[in-house]
Ligand binder design. Sequence first.
Ligand SMILES: Nc1ncnc2c1ncn2[C@@H]1O[C@H](COP(=O)(O)OP(=O)(O)OP(=O)(O)O)[C@@H](O)[C@H]1O
Length: 235
Amino acid sequence: MNNCVIELTDLNKSFSNGAGNNHVLKQVNFSVHSGEMVAILGQSGSGKSTLLSIMGLLDTADSGRYHLCGQDVTTFSTYQLSQLRNNHIGWVFQNFNLIADMTVTENLSVPLRFNTRIKAVDYQAKVSDVLRKVGLSEKAAFYPAELSGGQQQRVAIARALICQPDILLCDEPTGNLDSSNSNNVMELLSALHQEGKTVLIITHDSEVAAYCQKAYKISDGEITAASPLEFKHAV
Ligand SMILES: Nc1ncnc2c1ncn2[C@@H]1O[C@H](COP(=O)(O)OP(=O)(O)OP(=O)(O)O)[C@@H](O)[C@H]1O
């Protein structure tokens, strides 16, 4: 059985700019299986965010195919893409992206309002459940500014989990954290992986990649398998 949740085939993406055509992704073939924890490492400008945006259905490729959870998204409408995104993908960003004038509970409720599968009567139970999972039940009424960076990222992970996505896409999840908070966040992501979640992380940081089962390198528009240790001094 093919249990790929992400499958890219011969994918290309270019950007035009004043200097000409920048071919960022070149005939990329890449897959992630259900339940894997995978890192993609690469230097600044190598195309990590471009790749993640395509995998997260925030951008489209110029050519090639993308199957997400077995569905070929290449011909999907904007509405179909947003449904697929809401049902299958949770995002974790470097800057947490919490809404400053909303409490933790209010922040966590935002994605629920866009999800047609979850009834309003169940919102509070969902919020309590994900807050317990990230160990922040006592912070439900706090505002983001009243939390440490590590706590804010754990709230952001709770928000990513609240609609029970199959996949967590993490864009430099420890990029704004000190080493202690980074370890804390990576241990949380590892625990979620051990519970069966598929976790994909883009990062510069070989220490982050070391938490993952598999690591890949993106360079010159191509993705190749790599050992996390290979990056210790390279990125
Ligand atoms: N919207 C855009 N328009 C034009 N060029 C773009 C656009 N988005 C990205 N690029 C270019 O594509 C290349 C890859 O960018 P991308 O943001 O994917 O790299 P990255 O590996 O995520 O970098 P970083 O680690 O610094 O965030 C860069 O050369 C960038 O200038």
